[in-house]
Design a protein around this ligand. Structure first.
Ligand code: GDP
Ligand code: MG
Length: 162
């Protein structure tokens, strides 16, 4: 079975955009993945040296809202089955309290976390990285999923960890 990378973060940070770039959509469904549900989207990234499965999640709000409980459960299942967690954040909105709630949840898994700082297009990359270094996540990468910038670097960073 292929190793699994989960994309986790608040809604609207660009997880699905990143998923589409990584999987190029044509591979979007992996029928033989055990436990596939409609709330987690599976694809295969074949752009690097070795293929791996990418899981797109509905997102964690970081707020304990009853409406989000079912989605949160799906995200936790995705975290459980992942080998590496890509924590997607939004460079334009900056570091929000909910990001820390989500990050704490990811840390509890004990799995390797890469902070992917998305939407850096048009922003000063060094300033963005300086701000997000406050997370204390060792692996951090600026990204613009919508412009397919930094995605090859993300794949390079992920592969040795799988
Ligand atoms: P998700 O809720 O985390 O899956 O986020 P989506 O992938 O649906 O994206 C949310 C919004 O952010 C959409 O309007 C995207 O077009 C936009 N978006 C995603 N990636 C980028 C990016 O790299 N730069 C900019 N400027 N917008 C982006
Ligand atoms: Mg989405």
């Amino acid at each position: 079975m292929l190793p699994v990378v989960a994309l986790v973060g608040r809604p609207n940070v660009g997880k699905s955009t990143l998923f589409n770039v990584l999987t190029r959509s044509r591979d979007a469904l992996v029928a033989d993945m055990p436990g596939v549900t409609r709330d987690r989207h599976y694809g295969v990234c074949r752009s690097g040296e070795r293929p791996f499965v990418v899981v797109d999640t509905g997102g964690l709000s970081g707020v304990d809202d009853a409406m989000d409980v079912l989605t949160a459960k799906q995200v936790r299942l995705a975290i459980d089955e992942a080998n590496v967690l890509v924590f997607v954040v939004d460079a334009r909105e900056g570091l929000l309290p909910q990001d820390y709630v989500i990050l704490n949840e990811l840390r509890r898994s004990g799995k390797t976390i890469i902070a992917a700082v998305n939407k850096t297009d048009g922003l000063e990359e060094d300033a963005v990285l300086a701000e997000f270094s406050a997370f204390g996540v060792g692996k951090i990468l600026p990204l613009s999923a919508a412009h397919n910038r930094g995605t090859a670097d993300l794949i390079e960073m992920v592969l040795p960890l799988l």
